[in-house]
Design a protein around this ligand. Sequence first.
Ligand code: SAH
Length: 358
Amino acid sequence: MINLDRRQILKWLKTDDSAELEMLWKAADETRHINVGDEIHLRGLIELSNFCCRSCAYCGINQTNANIEFYRMSKEDVVECIRKIHDFGYGTVVFQSGEDFGITAEWMSDIIKYVKNNTNLAVTLSLGERRYDELKMWKESGADRYLLRFETSDLELYRRIHSALPCADPKRDRIAIIQELKKLGYETGSGVMVGIPGQTYETLAQDIWLFAELELDMIGIGPYIPHPDTPLGREYQKMQQLPSSSPSLSPANQVPNTELMTYKTIALTRLLCPKTNIPSTTALATMNKVSGRGLGLMRGANIIMPNVTQTKYRQKYTIYPNKASTHDNAEISDKHIQELIKSIGRKKGTGQGSSRKY
Ligand code: SAH
C-alpha cells in the first residue's frame, strides 16, 4: 500500500529506481482494478474544427500558425461519425475542437439533441472556454460531461503559455470554469501536459494534488509534444541545444516531457484519485506508437478515446506533430484498439462508463 502526501508525490516523481517504479506500477494497477474494474471504456473522438480564436504557445492549431489549413466539419460528416461510434459499440461520443465561435451554441445543441434522440451514447464536450450561457444550454440539451484541462497549476507558467482573450473576465480562468461545470451538473474532467518548458517537479506534484482537491470525474494526462510552428515548440528546441547548466531555459528542476514521467503522473493520479476515469492518451501513444497506450492502461488508466474523425479532417487537427493514427480511418483505429484490449487481458467496457464518483 502506498500512502501519498505532497512530499511523497514529489519523491515518486523524482525516482528512477526501477525496483521502486515496479512497486508504483503494481500499486496503481491494483488500485485501478479494485476501484474501476477491468473494463476499458471507449469514447469515440470527433475533431469538429481546428479554428481557434486563441494563440496558446503550446498548441499547433494556434491561430498564429500560418501553416494550418482550416476546416469545420459539416453536420452530415458529424452524423456519419456518430453512427460509427454507435455501430462500434462505444459508450460515449466526445466532441473536441479549437475554441471556435463559428461552432454556435445552437449548432452544437442540435448535434447534442441528435445524439440523445437517436443513440444511448453519453455526450462529452471539449470545446474550450465557452460562455456560461452556452455551457448551460448544452447541459440542458443533454450533454453529460465536459473536459477542460487546466494544463498547469503554476499560474505564472499558465499565463505565459495560454493567451488570455482581451475581452475576457480575468477571474473566469479554467479553474473557475471547472467549478461552473460542476455546478451545472456536468461530469467534469481536467488534466495537464507533462514536461512543459518551465514546469518544475514541485508544480507537477501540485497539479496531481489539485486533481484530488477538485474531485474530478476524469483526468487526462499526456506528455507535452513540441510543435515546431509554435512559440513554445521553438523555445523547446532552443532548450535542447543549450548546455544543461544554462539557468534561464533549462532549470535543473525542469520536468522532462518523457513517456516515463507521464506514466509516473498517471500512476500517482490513480493512487490519489482511485475512482476517477483516466484515459491512456493519444499523446502517450504518439510518444511510443508500439506500447505507449498499453503501458498507460497497465499503470493506472482505464479509458481510450479512439479517433473516429474522417481521415481528411484528422490530418489537419495537428495540435502536435506526428499524432498517433493520423493516417488511419475509424475502422483501423477501432481494430487496433480491440486487439490492444485483448492483448493486455482486459475487457471492452459496456454502457456509458460514467464516473463512479459522480
Ligand atoms: N480547445 C480545447 C481542446 C484543446 S486540445 C481546449 O483548449 O480545451 C486538448 C488538449 O490537447 C489540450 O487541453 C492540451 O492539454 C493538449 N495539447 C495541446 N497542445 C499540445 C502539445 N503540443 N503537446 C501535448 N498536448 C497538447
